[in-house]
Design a protein around this ligand. Structure first.
Ligand SMILES: [Fe+2]
Ligand SMILES: [Fe+2]
Length: 244
């Protein structure tokens, strides 16, 4: 008898990586504070929450890609695919935004939050990645852990009838190659899978920057040693790298 095909929710379960050092705890603590604020501001308004938070989520990949690009130029060496992957992550997050803005239009207040948050977060994350890239990737991984939880709650509310389940926006059907009869639930499942992929990859990026003998942060922006790291081995170990 053939096994039933696993659903996306089962393929990408909620996971949590316990922090292992001070920088991990700082990353997790920062994310938990932001989660607390987001829960207060948006409560169960998932569409609005998604629009505002996806404008933030699309920043780290672009910043990481830029700084890895500069590093590859500086050391005149191959980036082992990190730049493309980080830029793809940013593009994927931007598509989440373009999808959810079809579901919920941000209010004037929310547009103000978006502007202010970007001004602060872009600069914060740029300098974090420049001087502590491992912490930066760990922070994104913890953001994504929370995103998977939020989209799981979104699914639960749709399934319980507490949230409407309208037809999927055309942009989402095209981007994820969904069925023409797909609904918002199918979109949330696809986005949730993307977030789980980002989560796992960013934990792996952070692990790699930790190095085999302890923190070294050689692999990215703050690097001055010029020692090469084998990014390809990390890429090949990840079964989820194409999820995003
Ligand atoms: Fe996202
Ligand atoms: Fe994400």
């Amino acid at each position: 008898m053939t096994k039933p095909k696993l659903k996306s929710e089962e393929l990408y379960p909620i996971t949590h990586r316990a922090p292992e050092d001070v920088s991990d705890r700082v990353a997790l603590g920062t994310v938990k504070v932001l989660r607390f604020v987001a829960d207060r501001v948006f409560a169960g308004r998932y569409g609005h929450r998604a629009v505002v938070l996806e404008t933030v989520a699309a920043v780290p990949g672009m910043v990481g890609g830029l700084l890895q690009h500069l590093k590859a130029l500086r050391h005149i060496r191959d980036d082992q695919g990190w730049i493309r992957e980080l830029l793809e992550e940013a593009d994927n997050e931007r598509m989440h935004l373009m999808t959810f803005v079809q579901v919920a239009q941000p209010s004037t207040f929310e547009r103000g939050i978006i502007m202010l948050t970007q001004a602060i977060f872009y600069n914060f994350y740029f300098f974090l990645y420049l001087f502590a890239p491992k912490t930066a990737h760990r922070m994104v991984a913890y953001f994504e852990e929370e995103a998977v939880i939020s989209y799981t709650n979104y699914l639960a509310d749709i399934d319980a009838g507490r949230h409407p389940n309208p037809p999927a926006p055309a942009i989402a059907i095209e981007y994820w190659n969904l069925s023409p009869s797909a609904t918002l639930r199918d979109v949330v499942v696809a986005v949730r899978a993307d977030e789980a992929g980002h989560r796992d990859r960013n934990h792996e990026f952070a692990d790699h920057l930790l190095g085999p003998t302890g923190p070294n942060d050689r692999g990215a922006g703050g690097d001055t040693s010029g020692e090469d790291v084998d990014f390809e081995s990390v890429r090949q170990q990840s079964p989820d790298r194409d999820a995003a």
